[in-house]
Design a protein around this ligand. Sequence first.
Ligand SMILES: Cc1ncc(COP(=O)(O)O)c(C=O)c1O
Length: 391
Amino acid sequence: MDAPTDRTVGIAASPRLAGIPDYEPGLSVADALRRFGVANAVKLASNESPYPPLPEVVAAIADASGALNRYPDGPAGALRRAIAELHGVDTEQVVIGNGSCELILYAGQALLDPGTTLVHADPSFSLYPHLAGAAGAEAIGVPLSSDGGHDLESMAAAVDERTRLVIVCNPNNPSGRYRGASEIEMLLDLVPADVAVLVDEAYFDFVSAPDRGRVMSLARDRENLLVTRTFSKAFGLCGLRIGYGVGGRSWVEAIDRVRQPFNTNALGQAAALTGLEHRGALAERIAETVRERERVAAGVALAGEPFIPSEANFILVGSSDGRSPRGDDGGALHLALLRRGVIVRDGGALGCPGHIRVSIGTPHENDAFLEALPEALDEVGRTSQEDGGQP
Ligand SMILES: Cc1ncc(COP(=O)(O)O)c(C=O)c1O
């Protein structure tokens, strides 16, 4: 019998899918070269590391590839133990994910039901409302404060008897603003002890604040807290998908219940283990990214654009609060930069219309952005604030 060819009849998917926001990926270099006819392009759009993984990590990946006919260690025992040791917790307080995104998605599956709520900041990482949509729950986005950081008191006030999960992104993507550990502790004190709190520290490695790391130490004995981190950024391993969470035992049990048995692959586990052993070698790269972040911020200020001071490996350019750009240019600045071979992220896709988010690359890539920015601003008629912001 011939296979049915009528493509107008689709499968009956769950109506919940309509509640899942679309995800718009950033442009690749190949896309930009093709669509904008430029000879070269630099990609500063996905908050990646501009550096390849350490040579020892590449060697560990090659080594592990010889045994790919075997399933990986399902719970990633060796990596769990190494992370438990690193953070001074028991292995039952550690869970490994296929990227920290997977753990965040698992948190939604494990905790949310129709009729429950998830509280997060807005704008923040676009994945969070997805969790609520997929579960038929409600996402409550609490606007950022006037400094572009989480309004933690309002987030605590948004928690009610329906709330199962509160997510704090620290530093926040896309605003880059960091909240100190004592402020996060205040939120934890305000939230009922049976409401789960997830602190997403994907950009932890780039934080310069002196209290960096203290939220992780709170995860040792706050049962309702899970702190997630990733090997995707400073370790340069986003292509392998590996991240982890540390927190309360009941948190880890809940995630382990929904986790598919072999959720992380053998190469990712080997790379992360070796990366941890050699993490001291990343210090100079991280220091360079932080220095470059400050240099890019100074260049943006010189070009007359407002921005939010960042503790991450990116900067949100366009206003000092992430919400009030000097006019929504409908993505014009993003396009003007693309035409000059610089791929940044259009804020429109991140809940920040009229802004761009620029990732910090190598000094050479950052130079390309800083050279293109004044011309691109001119092209779109955004002039310096000293001129009163009038085109
Ligand atoms: C805030 C935030 N959390 C998590 C992630 C995902 O990281 P991973 O690659 O570990 O899934 C990202 C990625 O860009 C992010 O911006």
